[in-house]
Design a protein around this ligand. Structure first.
Ligand code: HSE
Length: 309
């Protein structure tokens, strides 16, 4: 039996919406699992990596896809049926790995979805999202990879979450992905544990404006709505010229610009007409600081992870 899943990249936070806002993007990883009932642990059940991650990602039990499949089999009571030694896994990475666009989220959602498909799709999308949040910890990063679109995620202390799906913006997302890596763990460790009340109010007001901008379609509100005092000023210390690249995007006509997820990728939202100029301007600004960046002009993915037949 063979199953194949395509899971999108995600962009989280969107400025002020730290750990709250997330969206799925039209760039994907593909995951394939094939069960060999008589593999006897060798030859057939291989672990194959393709794409950017082929030289760097771990194989076997250290790989997030493998771990997520294992956890899913356990939760679905299929562990006895599927021994991972007899499951061949192929991962084709299309999502850049340097950080900030949900490559790990895609791997987790991909792994859960593969195992779920092998177990007769016992989990619906909400079940997949709940398990992905349990494994990854940040709903804004994984939930959009499950459902697609743009959402608000509110996690309560018990781990349960409320998800609000917003209208999918009629905008392009310009991504600039620098060549250096920044791991989420490090990028969270540097954040303060406590904030001044005035900064909390600042972010709460901007987050409300952000929601209003997307719900009303008045994208001129995005610049204000993306202002942030909770994470970007701290993370910016590890990302050369972060502020200048965001400013370059705005000056070239973007509605808003922000650090995507925990960085180092920088994103901007713009009309399709202005996206090319925004992209050029962001890349040029980073180049002046000797930072090489790959760039993409993307749409919002509307479907989330899907099984490919
Ligand atoms: N909201 C998360 C963060 C996204 O910014 O750390 C990355 O998982």
């Amino acid at each position: 039996m063979k199953v194949k899943i395509k899971a999108p990249a995600t962009t989280a936070n969107l400025g002020s919406g730290f750990d709250i806002f997330g969206a799925a993007l039209t760039i994907y990883n593909e995951f394939e699992a094939e069960y060999f009932p008589n593999a006897e642990g060798k030859n057939k059940a291989k672990f194959v990596l393709k794409g950017e991650g082929r030289k760097t990602l771990p194989k076997g039990e250290k790989n997030l896809v493998w771990q997520s499949m294992k956890e899913t089999f356990k939760i679905l009571g299929c562990e006895g049926k599927y021994d991972l030694k007899n499951v061949g896994i192929t991962i084709k990475t299309g999502i850049p790995l340097s950080g900030g666009i949900g490559s790990s989220a895609s791997a987790i959602v991909g792994g859960i979805s593969l195992a779920n498909a092998l177990c007769a799709n016992k989990l619906d999308k909400s079940g997949i999202a709940e398990l992905a949040v349990k494994i990854e910890g940040h709903p804004d990063n994984v939930v959009p990879a499950v459902f697609g679109g743009l959402c608000i995620c509110a996690k309560d202390e018990s781990g349960h979450g409320t998800i609000v799906h917003l209208p999918v913006p009629k905008l392009k997302i310009v991504l600039c992905v620098p060549s250096f890596e920044l791991r989420t763990k490090r990028s969270r460790q540097i954040l303060p544990k406590h904030f001044e009340l005035k900064d909390v109010v600042f972010n709460a007001s901007r987050t409300a404006i952000l929601a209003a901008a997307f719900c009303s379609g008045d994208y001129t509100l995005l610049k204000k709505g993306m202002e942030d005092k909770i994470h970007q000023p701290y993370r910016g210390k590890m990302i050369p010229a972060m502020e200048s690249v965001m400013q370059a995007a705005l000056s070239a006509g973007a509605y808003g610009s922000y650090l995507s997820g925990s960085g180092p990728t920088i994103a901007a939202l713009s009309s399709s007409k202005k996206a090319g100029e925004v992209q050029k301007s962001m890349i040029k600004t980073w180049k002046k600081e000797s930072v090489c960046a790959k760039s993409y002009i993307l749409d919002f993915d509307k479907k989330g992870a899907v099984e490919i037949k």
